[in-house]
Design a protein around this ligand. Structure first.
Ligand SMILES: Nc1ncnc2c1ncn2[C@@H]1O[C@H](COP(=O)(O)OP(=O)(O)OP(=O)(O)O)[C@@H](O)[C@H]1O
Ligand SMILES: [Mg+2]
Length: 585
C-alpha cells in the first residue's frame, strides 16, 4: 500500500507529497480516522485528492494511504429498496466510516441463494450464476464482467451474507476467483455490454406532453431544465412512480434537506401502480442533500449510473432520475475552485462539458454480456440560475441529450402543469418511435403530433397579431385556430400530478383523447366554413367536457369512448340544425 503525507488541505480537497506510486482515481484512507478519499490528480510527486467526509480535524502531516483499488461500490442484492448516500453507504450509517479497501461501505445483509451453475460449468463475465429468493426485479447474481473460466465450487441453496464467497471460479489464466452475491465495480468506469443497440421504443412516462410530443427512447437521455419552482421535482417524482421501467434509480443531488426529506418520507409509502406492492421494492434512492460533503455529491451521479448499469446487466429496463445536475456541477466547481484551477464560464472548470458527456453517454440500450436486452434511460433535471438556459450547465447538457423538456415560468405561473414549453422543447427520436406507436394501433401518431405542434406555433403567431389588432378583428378561421390551441393546452397538455384520475395517462388513453380532440377541431373547422361563428363554437357545452377531458375520461372510461365521439358528432349536428332553422326564419 502506497503512503503519503498531507501537505495542504482546503475543505474537501488535499494535496500530499508522495514517495510511492499511486493511481489516478485510487481510493484512499485519509488521516487516522481513515476517511474515504479519491486521487483526482497526480503530477510529479504531488497527489491531489478529494475526501468524501467532513475533513474538520485533518492536518498537514496526517497519513494518506492508497488502497491499490479504484473508488468502487459493491453491487448486489442488498441495493434495491434502500436509501444511500453518494457513495452507496446506507443512509443512517453515514458517519460510522465504514471502510473496506477501495470501497465506500460494506453491507452485512443475508440473502437466500439459489445456485444456477454446477461444478465444472464454464463461466463468463456477466453470466447469471445464481438467484436470490424473493419478489421483484434485480435478484440475479452476476459474474463480474471481466472474469471467465470454470466453476471449481458453488455453494448449495441456503442463506449467506451478501459478501460471503458462494462461487469459486478457476480463471482462464489459472487464477482463482472467490465470488460473492455482490461484486465491486469502479464508479467512474462504464460497465461493459456485448453490444450497444439503437433506440426502438419509447420509455412510456404516462405524461401526455412527453409521450405524445417529446418522447424519450428506452436507453435515451433527456434533460429537464427549469428555473426555481417550475416543477422539476414533481415531474421527476411522477416519472419515478409511473414510467414503465423495471427499476428506478433516483438521485437527489444537492437539493435542500427538507425537499429530499419529502422524497424519503413519501417513497417508502408509495404503492407500485403495476403490482400493488411497495414501489420501493424496485427503487434505489441516492440522497445527497446540500448539507452533506460536497465531494460525495460529485461522485453521486457516477455511483447512480453504475447502480443503474448493474440492473441493466440483469436484463432490466432502468430509469435514472437526477435532481438536480446543476447542484452536481456546483460541487465540481467548488472542488475545482479549492484546487485553484483556472475558472471557465461562470466559474465552472473547463472539463464541465466532458464530465457531463461521461455521465449522459452511459445512458444506453444494450445486449448484455448475458445475451439479454437491458437499458438505462437518464433524465437529468437542470436548475439554471434565473431560468437562463444559455448558462453553461444547460447549454452543455443540451449537446448530449436527445429529448429536451424546457420548463417555462409563464406556464408554471398559469398553473399549466407540467409546465413544459411545447415550442422550446424537442425530441430527436420521433421518427424511430413512430413505429412503436403504430404497433400500439396509433398510426396517426406522427401526423397528430405534427398537427398539434403546428396549432401551437400558429397560436404563438396569432397571439402576437391579436395583441396589435385585437382578437375580435382576426378572421373566423384564425379565431378558431386560437380556440383549438387553447383546447389542446387546456384539455390535453395540462395534466395534474395530483389528480387521482389523470396523474397517469396510458398510451391508449392518450391516443383516444387525441382522436376526440381532433374530431372536435375538424368538425369545428367545417362548421366555421359553413358560417357558424367561433363564438358559437366556444359556447358549445361539449367543449367544457373536452377541456376537462383528462379528468372526465379516465383509464376506466376507455371503453365508453365511442359514446363521447358520438356526443361530439351530435353536438355539431344540433348546431347545424339550429343554424338552418335560423336561416329559414
Ligand atoms: N405536474 C404538476 N402537477 C401539479 N402541480 C405541480 C406540478 N409540477 C409542479 N407543481 C406545483 O409547483 C410546485 C413546485 O414544483 P417543484 O417543487 O417540482 O419545483 P422545482 O422546479 O423542483 O423547484 P426548485 O427549483 O425549488 O427545486 C409544486 O409544489 C406544485 O404545487
Ligand atoms: Mg426541486
Amino acid at each position: 500500500m502506497s503512503r503519503a503525507r498531507i501537505q495542504w488541505i482546503g475543505g474537501p480537497v488535499l494535496k500530499a507529497r508522495v514517495s510511492e506510486p499511486f493511481q489516478i482515481h485510487e481510493a484512499l484512507a485519509v488521516g487516522e480516522q481513515r476517511l474515504l478519499g479519491e486521487v483526482i490528480q497526480l503530477s510529479g510527486d504531488l497527489l491531489t485528492a478529494q475526501v468524501y467526509e467532513d475533513t474538520t480535524g485533518l492536518k498537514p502531516g496526517d497519513p494518506v494511504i492508497g488502497t491499490g483499488l479504484p473508488l468502487s461500490v459493491a453491487l448486489g442484492p442488498g441495493i434495491l429498496g434502500h436509501i444511500f448516500d453518494g457513495l452507496l453507504r446506507p443512509l443512517g450509517d453515514v458517519g460510522e466510516h465504514w471502510f473496506r479497501p477501495g470501497l465506500a461501505a460494506a453491507r452485512s445483509n443475508e440473502f437466500e441463494f439459489e445456485p444456477r451453475l454446477a461444478e465444472g460449468d464454464e463461466v463468463r463475465g456477466g453470466q447469471v450464476f445464481g438467484e436470490v429468493a424473493g419478489l421483484g426485479p434485480g435478484r440475479a447474481c452476476l459474474v463480474p464482467p471481466l472474469i471467465a473460466g470454470r466453476v471449481r465450487s458453488i455453494r448449495p441453496p441456503g442463506t449467506y451474507a451478501e459478501d460471503a464467497t458462494v462461487l469459486v471460479v478457476e480463471g482462464e489464466d489459472g487464477a482463482e476467483h472467490a465470488l460473492a452475491m455482490q461484486h465491486d465495480w469502479p464508479v467512474r468506469r462504464p460497465r461493459p455490454a456485448a453490444e450497444r443497440l439503437s433506440a426502438d421504443a419509447p420509455m412510456v412516462t404516462g405524461q401526455r406532453i412527453l409521450d405524445t410530443l417529446f418522447p424519450v427512447a428506452r436507453g435515451g437521455r433527456a434533460a429537464l431544465p427549469g428555473g426555481f419552482g417550475t416543477g422539476k421535482t414533481v415531474l421527476q417524482e411522477s416519472l419515478a412512480k409511473w414510467c414503465d421501467a423495471d427499476v428506478i434509480v433516483y438521485v437527489g443531488c444537492g437539493e435542500r434537506g427538507n425537499e429530499m426529506a419529502d422524497v424519503l418520507n413519501e417513497f417508502p409509502e408509495l404503492e407500485d401502480p403495476r403490482t400493488g406492492r411497495p414501489l420501493m421494492e424496485r427503487t434505489v434512492i441516492i440522497a445527497n442533500t446540500s448539507n452533506m460533503p460536497v465531494a460525495a455529491r460529485e461522485a453521486s451521479i457516477y455511483t447512480a449510473i453504475t447502480v443503474a448499469e448493474y440492473f441493466r446487466d440483469q436484463g432490466l429496463h432502468v430509469a435514472l432520475m437526477a435532481d438536480s445536475t446543476s447542484r452536481w456541477a456546483e460541487a465540481l466547481r467548488e472542488v475545482s475552485g479549492r484546487l485553484g484551477e483556472l475558472p471557465g464560464e461562470s466559474g465552472y472548470p473547463a472539463y464541465l462539458a466532458s464530465r457531463l458527456a461521461d455521465f449522459y453517454e452511459r445512458a444506453s440500450r444494450v445486449r448484455t454480456l448475458n445475451g439479454e436486452e437491458g437499458s438505462v434511460t437518464v433524465i437529468g433535471a437542470v436548475s439554471p440560475p434565473a431560468g437562463d438556459f444559455s448558462e453553461p450547465v444547460t447549454s452543455h447538457t443540451k449537446r448530449y441529450v436527445r429529448s429536451f423538456w424546457a420548463l417555462d415560468r409563464g406556464r408554471a405561473q398559469a398553473r399549466s402543469y407540467p409546465a413544459i414549453h411545447p415550442l422550446k422543447s424537442y425530441a430527436e427520436d420521433v421518427d424511430t418511435l413512430a413505429r412503436w406507436w403504430q404497433l400500439q394501433g396509433n398510426s396517426e401518431w406522427k401526423d397528430y403530433r405534427r398537427r398539434l405542434l403546428g396549432l401551437l406555433e400558429t397560436q404563438a403567431r396569432l397571439e402576437r397579431m391579436a395583441r396589435i389588432v385585437g382578437k375580435d378583428s382576426l378572421p373566423a378561421e384564425q379565431q378558431l385556430s386560437l380556440l383549438a390551441a387553447d383546447l389542446m393546452n387546456e384539455g390535453f397538455l395540462r395534466q395534474s400530478a395530483f389528480s387521482e384520475v389523470d396523474r397517469f395517462c396510458s398510451p391508449k388513453r392518450q391516443t383516444a383523447m387525441l382522436r376526440l380532440m381532433m374530431q372536435f377541431i375538424d368538425l369545428a373547422g367545417e362548421a366555421v366554413e359553413r358560417g357558424v361563428s367561433p363564438a358559437e363554437i366556444a359556447a358549445m357545452p361539449i367543449l367544457r367536457t373536452l377541456q376537462r377531458l383528462g379528468e372526465e375520461f379516465g383509464e376506466a372510461d376507455l371503453d365508453s369512448k365511442p359514446q363521447l365521439a358520438a356526443r361530439i358528432g351530435e353536438a355539431f349536428h344540433a348546431l347545424h340544425v339550429a343554424e338552418e332553422n335560423a336561416d329559414a326564419r
